[in-house]
Ligand binder design. Structure first.
Ligand code: AMP
Length: 445
């Protein structure tokens, strides 16, 4: 019997994989423009890192972690998120002591959560995100939000809703927690089992409950905004003012608490409903954290960051027709007969070294059939090599769009393609004309 993939995982193939590459590359390039540097923490970490970092009150740690003992008896976990791992990496490599702050990193890769699979929800999915660690300025939060917003805009997602809230400092949250406990005291027995646990470990999380009957009760709960300290309010106003100044639209949502326990002060989520009306949930979210670095054994320094769900970004982009993910070839080499196939390798090699995308047909099929394949692969040129071409050291070039056809010397193939593709740049010493000290191809001029 065939073996299928694990529930909640998915295979990302060809066109879709190109979409993932595209989203990740655009995001990485923009993060670099904001002076963030790449990091690649391991997928496997000690379970303790997430228990202490993400928090025992979070659904992620209580119910969703892929945790197991390895053969040496260590409790390990497949990362359910990146932030805790990046903070560990920063502390362990003593990066805070040896660098100007904030440290600015971006990351991308798979994360694992044992959730109920549904639209936009997987058990293995990919996140792209950033962390800016070690600076307490509210503008560090704004810079990170601006970065996320720039990425979404560059991908073509214009109508993004940014929901933003402040959780305040520790005192604000302690006061609010006490107020929530008081409010839910005589109601919690009639609420769902999850809320009963949340009531004990982190009553703020009750505000996120999705059970309709519980949501009715939550509606009338005290509002977080009434418990935010003056200091935190001032900080939040600075964030909102700066966003307005930068023309980044937002909606204050004082029920937004986020799922991970380490957040404090500013938190936010990015929402986007595709034109087809599919709501995949938040495409990203993030916030500020005060205690995480210290909690994981580092100095008392804050950080701020966000993460996008790459699957969700790809889904909304695909729904809205904003992806161009089809395979495209510059040339498809079509050798006729076995002997021509060997020549085809040389032809392809010559062009690939010049930066062209080239594929070869190795099947002895009819020419008409080869042309069909060239069309299917969106090849711009078909390069035909038959007996005559081998004899005369030539290649036939056929433009797949205009159907124009010419025969060129093998040695002139690179130059002819450059002319056809209107390539202006210098070959950079890849061809004979440029061997020696000075580039002679003059294409850069
Ligand atoms: P979080 O780390 O929970 O703040 O999640 C950040 C982003 O990851 C979310 O906004 C989603 O876009 C994405 N995400 C979270 N959980 C899942 C999941 N189970 N499947 C797919 N994407 C997810």
């Amino acid at each position: 019997m065939a073996i299928n993939n694990v529930k909640g995982t998915h295979d990302i193939i060809a066109d879709e994989a190109r979409s993932f590459d595209y989203v990740e590359n655009v995001s990485g390039q923009i993060a670099s423009m904001f002076a963030f540097q790449p990091v690649r923490p391991p997928v496997l970490e000690h379970s303790e890192l997430f228990i202490r970092g993400v928090g025992e009150g979070s659904d992620v740690v209580r119910k969703e972690m892929y945790t197991f003992d390895d053969k040496g008896g260590r409790s390990l976990t497949l990362r359910p998120e990146f932030t805790a791992g990046i903070i560990r990496l920063i502390i362990q490599n003593k990066l805070l002591a040896t660098n100007e702050l904030p440290l600015k990193f971006y990351y991308c890769g798979p994360v694992f959560r044992y959730e109920r699979p549904q639209l936009g929800r997987y058990r293995q999915f990919n996140q792209f995100g950033v962390e800016s660690v070690g600076h307490n300025s509210p503008y560090a939060d704004v810079e990170v939000i601006a970065l996320a917003y720039t990425i979404l805009q560059s991908l073509g997602l214009e109508n993004v809703t940014i929901k933003i809230n402040t959780l305040g400092d520790e005192t604000s949250r302690n006061n609010y927690r006490a107020a929530l406990k008081d409010y839910f005291k005589d109601k919690i027995a009639n609420m769902c089992g999850d809320c009963q646990t949340r009531y004990e470990v982190n009553p703020l999380r009750i505000l996120d409950c999705k059970v309709p009957e519980d949501q009715e009760i939550v509606k009338h709960a005290p509002k977080m905004s009434q418990y935010i300290s003056l200091e935190s309010q001032k900080r939040f106003i600075k964030v909102l003012d700066a966003l307005r100044e930068m023309e980044i639209p937002y909606e204050v949502d004082d029920t937004l608490v986020r799922g991970l326990d380490y957040y404090s002060e500013t938190v936010y989520e990015f929402h986007y409903v595709s034109a087809k009306g599919n709501d995949y949930g938040a495409v990203g979210g993030g916030g500020h954290y005060d205690k995480l670095v210290h909690e994981l054994g580092g100095p008392d320094l804050p950080g701020t960051g966000f993460s996008f769900g790459v699957e969700r970004l790809v889904s909304v982009l695909s729904d809205d027709g904003l992806l161009n993910n089809k395979q495209e070839l510059d040339a498809y080499v079509m050798p006729i007969g076995e002997e021509a196939q060997e020549h085809a390798l040389n032809v392809a090699d010559e062009l690939r070294l010049l930066g062209y995308k080239v594929d070869i047909c190795f099947d002895n099929v009819k020419l008409a059939n080869m042309f069909k394949r060239a069309e299917k692969k969106n090849a711009k040129l078909a390069l035909i090599i038959g007996e005559d071409e081998i004899k005369n050291n030539k290649v036939i070039i056929k433009d797949m769009e205009t159907k124009e056809q010419t025969s060129v010397d093998f040695d002139a193939l690179g130059d002819t393609c450059d002319e056809l593709f209107n390539k202006k740049e210098c070959c950079g010493g890849k061809r004979e004309c440029c061997e020696g000290d000075e580039c002679e191809c003059k294409k850069g001029e």
